[in-house]
Design a protein around this ligand. Structure first.
Ligand code: AMP
Ligand code: MN
Ligand code: MN
Ligand code: MN
Length: 303
């Protein structure tokens, strides 16, 4: 990728995309197909960061070696924050727990503590999905759990995206995003609250496995400015080193907002499309703008 920086030379910026999904969680492509796409769209490096799962890494890594594209082993962990142990609970007692995502980059997927940790996050997914199906059935929408389960290639990893796809097929909304807005977000009838990992545990599993912990799409969390600062403070204290600045989940004004917070908190910055599939994602791998040139890209510390 070529970026033009005013008053300086044209510089070559490496095109890294550090956040993507495959059928091993809620993506639509096989790991190999994702890597092929990233090659086609001009990525120099691509990460596979499936939710709570590292099952697709070996296939992606093999494909990347064949295609001469750099591969980054990743994962995206589901976290409930504030966790019960968090100081923020006392500080903001009325704050509802929210789900946040922490991306781990450069992890060793065989690390025993990481393996056990992500297995423990996955454990409740199927039961949560059954409850979602029961809630929807209660309002007269029958059989969505069964449809969603059929769509989930990896049954352990059934999630809201599979429900959303099943519900689009039934004509209950026109897009996956619209199903989320109508049925699957907090306060909506198909939403079931769930306890994921604590922030400290998730970051500990990632760093213990040799990885770098990156706060995923911070602009997506419904937090006040003060709560966001509390989250960033706790994230840093627990060993988090980077935040996503340029992500498919941010609007342009949020690129600036989170670049400023990365500077303020001295975080490295990450860039990733959060690609799930054609027709569902706003950006293909490697097609987002580059990181602001004064920020330190997270990949500078990856092997
Ligand atoms: P789950 O882990 O089952 O709670 O599902 C989380 C996934 O749902 C995220 O990783 C996104 O892929 C997807 N998702 C969450 N919110 C939305 C939304 N508003 N529109 C579309 N997809 C969403
Ligand atoms: Mn997802
Ligand atoms: Mn996410
Ligand atoms: Mn993601």
């Amino acid at each position: 990728m070529i970026a033009y920086i005013p008053n300086s030379l044209i510089v070559f910026v490496q095109n890294f995309d550090c956040h993507n999904h495959s059928i091993f969680s809620d993506g639509l492509l096989r790991p190999r197909e994702l890597v092929e796409l990233a090659k086609k769209t001009g990525c120099d490096a691509v990460a596979l960061t499936d939710h709570d799962n590292t099952g697709g890494l070996a296939e992606a890594e093999t494909a990347a070696a064949e295609l001469h594209i750099r591969f980054i082993r990743g994962v995206e962990l589901s976290v409930t924050w504030p966790a019960k142990s968090s100081v923020a609970v006392a500080a903001t007692a009325d704050l509802n727990p929210i789900t946040i995502h922490v991306v781990g980059l450069g992890i060793d997927p065989l690390d025993a503590t990481l393996v056990a940790g992500i297995a423990s996050i996955r454990d409740g997914r199927l039961e949560r999905a059954r409850q979602m199906g029961a809630h929807l059935a209660h309002m007269g929408i029958e059989g969505v759990f069964e449809d969603a389960l059929a769509l989930a290639e990896n049954k352990d990893m059934i999630g809201r995206t599979h429900f959303a796809r099943a519900m689009v097929t039934r004509g209950l909304a026109t897009s996956v995003g619209a199903v989320f807005g109508k049925f699957l977000t907090p306060g909506k009838p198909g939403f079931v609250a769930h306890q994921w990992a604590s922030l400290g545990d998730a970051i500990g599993w990632i760093t213990g496995a040799g990885g770098v912990a990156v706060l995923a799409h911070p602009g997506r969390y419904k937090l006040s400015k003060q709560e966001m600062r509390q989250l960033l403070t706790e994230f840093k204290q627990a060993g988090g080193q980077a935040i996503e600045v340029i992500t498919g989940s941010h609007e342009k004004h949020q690129y600036r907002e989170y670049a400023a917070l990365a500077r303020e908190f001295d975080f490295m910055a990450s860039r990733g499309s959060d690609f799930h599939g054609h027709g569902e994602s706003r950006f293909q791998p490697g097609t987002l703008p580059p990181l602001p040139d004064d920020l330190v890209p997270v990949w500078t510390v990856l092997q």
